[in-house]
Design a protein. Structure first.
Lengths: 83, 202
């Protein structure tokens, strides 16, 4: 159980960092919408269209690290399997 | 003689008709019209936009300085990328979109009017209303009158377009938006931009 919790914590950290990096390593807050600029050819105006897209930010990374920390912390108090 | 007078009268009348002020409706069927806003914040500036724009402006191509009108932004149409920030922004603590569903600017007077061709720049003085608080503001505006261009934008319609661009800033403290609070997290200054086109069908 101790080993499983520590493994889960490691997977969570590595997985979250990999996901964060793969989606652009955004150093802002997590976004669920991103703006897309659209130019109106007649007026020359630039419009904003919001597209649904999940972009994890540093809060996502922080939450994942916190979760991993909790798992690792709990693992300390789990008694080791008797040999 | 009568025929000549009739022709003269018709020419004069058509001249009057051409010079008459036109009313432009700013409800945009293409959804391009938008109001942008930006607030500085420690981790990342809060950038958002609003698309729920309506209102009318009366514009006379022969006398752009006489332009008057009111532009309204639906508070609920304000969007920022982060869902929690979006929820907080529209809540009763910040903009209270349920109680104050509209943000508006009513222009009453144009000053420092400069017109070159179909482009006019001016300082528009009027009443800006946000969260139920109305204040007089002077906003630099740029107007582009696009004669007979409505058909290019909206098929099967004839008419003119009026493009308005404006950039200005306000203080959230002035409009009772969490006055004096969280200024270390969200700046007091809100930078606003307006990019809108109105239609005057013929």
């Amino acid at each position: 159980m101790k080993r499983v919790l520590r493994l889960l914590a490691a997977v969570l950290v590595v997985g979250a960092i990999a996901f964060w990096a793969a989606t652009g390593a955004d150093r802002g807050w997590t976004k669920t919408r991103v703006p897309k600029k659209v130019v109106d050819e007649v007026t020359g105006l630039v419009g904003i269209q919001w597209q649904h897209k999940f972009v994890p930010g540093v809060d996502f990374l922080g939450a994942a690290l916190l979760g991993a920390g909790v798992l690792a912390g709990v693992s300390i108090f789990v008694p080791a399997k008797p040999k | 003689m009568i025929t000549k007078l009739t022709v003269l009268a018709l020419v004069a009348l058509s001249g009057v008709a051409l010079a008459a002020p036109q009313t432009f409706d700013f409800k945009d069927p293409k959804g391009i019209n938008n109001a942008g806003f930006k607030l500085d914040a420690p981790l990342e500036a809060i950038n958002g936009s609003a698309s729920g724009i309506s209102g009318t402006v009366t514009f006379d191509p022969e006398n752009p300085g006489a332009t008057k009108g009111k532009i309204i932004v639906a508070t609920a149409s304000l969007i920022v990328p982060n869902p929690m920030q979006n929820k907080h922004m529209l809540s009763d603590k910040w903009l209270d979109a349920a109680k104050f569903p509209e943000i508006s600017f009513e222009s009453k007077e144009f000053k420092n009017v400069q017109t070159t061709g179909d482009t006019t720049t001016a300082d528009a003085t009027g009443t800006f209303t946000l969260k139920g608080v109305s204040k007089e503001l002077t906003v630099p505006v740029k107007l582009n009158y696009l004669r007979d261009k409505l058909g290019d934008r909206v098929p099967n319609q004839k008419g003119d377009l009026l493009v308005i661009r404006a950039s200005f800033s306000i203080k959230r403290n002035d409009f009772n938006i969490m006055p004096g609070q969280y200024e270390d997290k969200v700046s007091n200054t809100i930078e606003l931009t307006l990019s809108i086109a109105g239609a005057s069908p013929k």
